[in-house]
Design a protein around this ligand. Structure first.
Ligand SMILES: Nc1ncnc2c1ncn2[C@@H]1O[C@H](COP(=O)(O)OP(=O)(O)OP(=O)(O)O)[C@@H](O)[C@H]1O
Length: 615
């Protein structure tokens, strides 16, 4: 090429670069005028660039968060620590419940309680029979009244039952299991509590009484935070163990003593190998949060090695197992049963996998090639607000984050290829509002509890391969939590047809608008939606729900006017020891399969179903 030619190309390049800079400045100005904070560049230079290199920058890992330091001379309740109180209960970024109207949305759901013993729900935390120290902490958290899952789960655990708890996203499942456990332990704290290291003394082996296992690191830290709040001024000491962060810090915390251990499976298994560091021989409670994820394919082996032969886990009858999730597949329920005592209680708020009306769901038709523009327009039409944008791949996560950043928007992103430090940094900036836009893969779909998330955008709808409708429920559940209102917008195109029928049913069930382009997926009788997806169908042999006789019988016995626990009279009447619980013979199966048997004389007909009728 001649010089003239080369110069010509260079001139075009310069012009293109200049126009890009102009465009960027214009975008930034537009975003600033719309009220968005300036984007914060990620400090790539400060982070080590080589794989495996140690990041020397000072960092406060979430596992290092301060817990109440107990001294032996305290009686049953330690003195106040005002500094810690501020951190635990007054942080402006703590999630607060929505108004009474928002909270009432959960009330629209029937609560189905199945089990041999009757559970008496409570209406007011003052009547829940909680230990005074724990009740004080409930008040400090500003939990004015229980959510339905709490109203039933707390008494079930206090009366010594194993529990499977299924309730909508953001309905307070964490406190539903922590509160009764901590309360029970408080009565015996002095007798039971784990060995504790004294200042300057030798380190101890962690021998927790409570183990909470959950699938993601961020969720583990969040549960740890809730435990820090609820254990305040007590001798119960929570710790957290999760992958990605240095083991040293977490080990040091465990060596100070640990009563409540929150952990992700991988790091837990690593620590369990070091028997001088951790023993599960004294465990009294095991909780599997997001149980359907943890008990699903891919995790069974890990869970098996935690509780099966080879581990030192206490498997005596005094060990209580609790499993929680917002969604539960039939296969998962079968696995759950392996760990549960026969008199376990199953508490189900609404249909398994249902969503509540506090989340306004919309589906918009957008071709893949138009998604960036559609996202940009949507974000601008809404104005500045905390928003999570879900995509289906890590690469897409980076691309969409870059796109928003280059458009002058304060975005961050999180996915599993990021270092743990980057993940914690991203979440911190999102929580604090520095970066109110967060692009995420499914890694953040479950459990994440960030205050004021007003909008969830499914840039990609989760295809069946990416968890399908179950993942959709968890994703949109990042907004509209604990009685707050939120919006969920999903980009849909023909590639998403695999999830369309269930998506439409979900929209109809939650009384949301079904767009024209999804009309053809409407069920024949929209007023009577049949799910047939294994999440709620209790009728098959071998499934413990089936052994109870199925929802049909139990729901039929439910009397919405009888209030708390109402309907058990009906349930009792419907019970036939030879036919199973609930009175629907055709639904009953399992007398001979080792489940709760209809023909089993030991099976007491004292199950119940009821409804929380007031907040
Ligand atoms: N009774 C209550 N009143 C007010 N706020 C509450 C109450 N119980 C729990 N919360 C708060 O509600 C938020 C959601 O609770 P949590 O994370 O336990 O929900 P979840 O049901 O586990 O949701 P997910 O299924 O998405 O994991 C938390 O910030 C928690 O502190």
């Amino acid at each position: 090429m001649s010089d003239a030619g080369t110069n010509g190309v260079a001139a075009v390049d310069d012009a293109a670069a200049a126009s890009k800079v102009d465009q960027k400045a214009a975008d930034l100005q537009r975003a600033t005028e719309a009220g968005w904070e300036k984007p914060i560049p990620f400090e790539y230079d400060a982070a080590p660039s080589e794989a495996g290199a140690v990041d020397e920058r000072p960092v406060k890992w979430l596992s290092d968060a301060v817990v109440y330091e107990w001294l032996d001379e305290y009686g049953e309740i330690g003195p106040r620590d005002e500094e810690l109180e501020k951190e635990l209960y007054e942080d402006p970024d703590i999630q607060r419940r929505g108004g009474d109207a928002g909270m009432a949305a959960y009330q629209a759901f029937e609560v189905l309680v199945q089990g041999m013993d009757k559970i008496h729900p409570f209406r007011d935390f003052d009547e829940a029979g909680l230990h005074p120290a724990i009740l004080e902490n409930v008040k400090r958290c500003k939990y004015d009244f229980p959510t339905p899952i709490q109203a039933y789960c707390i008494p079930a655990v206090l009366t010594g039952h194993d529990v499977i708890g299924i309730a909508q996203t953001g309905s307070g499942k964490t406190a539903a299991f922590l509160l009764p456990i901590l309360s029970k332990l408080m009565g015996k704290a002095h007798m039971l509590s784990a060995p504790r290291a004294v200042e300057g003394g030798p380190r101890v082996r962690a021998e927790p009484l409570v183990l909470i296992v959950c699938p993601t690191r961020e969720l583990a830290c969040q549960i740890f935070d809730e435990a820090r709040r609820l254990c305040y001024r007590t001798m119960l000491r929570p710790c957290v163990a999760y992958g990605g962060a240095p083991t040293k810090n977490q080990r040091e915390q465990l060596e100070k003593g640990c009563d409540i251990l929150v952990a992700t499976p991988g790091r837990l298994m690593d620590f369990m190998k070091n028997t001088n560091l951790l023993s599960l021989a004294r465990l009294k409670f095991t909780i599997i949060d997001e149980a359907d994820e943890l008990l699903s394919t891919g995790w069974e082996e890990t869970i098996e090695s935690l509780f099966g032969a080879g581990s030192d886990t206490n498997v005596d009858a005094d060990h209580t197992y609790l499993m929680f999730s917002a969604t539960f597949s039939k296969e998962t329920r079968k696995l759950c049963r392996e760990y549960m005592e026969e008199d376990f209680v199953r508490i189900k708020v609404g249909r398994v996998g249902s969503t509540h009306s506090n989340i306004k769901q919309s589906i918009v038709y957008v071709e893949d090639s138009q998604k960036n523009q559609a996202l940009f327009d949507l974000i601008f039409s809404e104005g500045p607000q905390r928003t999570i944008i879900f995509v289906n791949s890590k690469a897409k996560c980076d691309i969409v984050d870059d796109f928003l950043y280059n458009k002058g928007l304060p975005s961050t992103s999180i996915h599993s290829n990021r270092t743990q430090r980057e993940r914690e940094d991203a979440l911190r900036s999102f929580r604090s509002g520095k970066c109110p836009l967060m692009v995420a893969t499914g890694v953040s779909a479950r459990g994440l509890d960030v205050a004021n998330v007003k909008h969830v955008i499914n840039y990609d709808l989760p295809s069946t391969m990416h968890g399908g409708i179950t993942e959709y429920v968890h994703r949109i559940g990042r907004t509209g939590r604990i009685g707050n209102e939120g919006k969920a917008t999903s980009f849909y195109n023909d590639r998403n047809e695999d999830v369309a029928p269930k998506l439409v049913k979900l929209l109809l069930e939650a009384k949301q608008e079904v767009p024209d382009f999804l009309e053809m997926h409407k069920p024949e009788d929209p007023a009577n939606i049949e799910w047939n997806d294994g999440t709620d169908d209790e009728s098959e042999a071998g499934d413990f729900g089936g052994s109870f006789g199925g929802d049909a019988g139990a729901d039929a016995a439910f009397d919405p006017n009888s209030g708390f626990g109402g309907g058990d009279a009906g349930a009792d009447a419907a019970f036939d020891p030879n036919a199973g619980f609930g009175g629907d013979d055709t639904d009953f199966a399992g007398a001979d399969d080792g489940g709760f048997g209809g023909g089993n004389d030991d099976f007491k007909a004292d199950g119940q179903d009821g409804k929380v009728d007031a907040w």
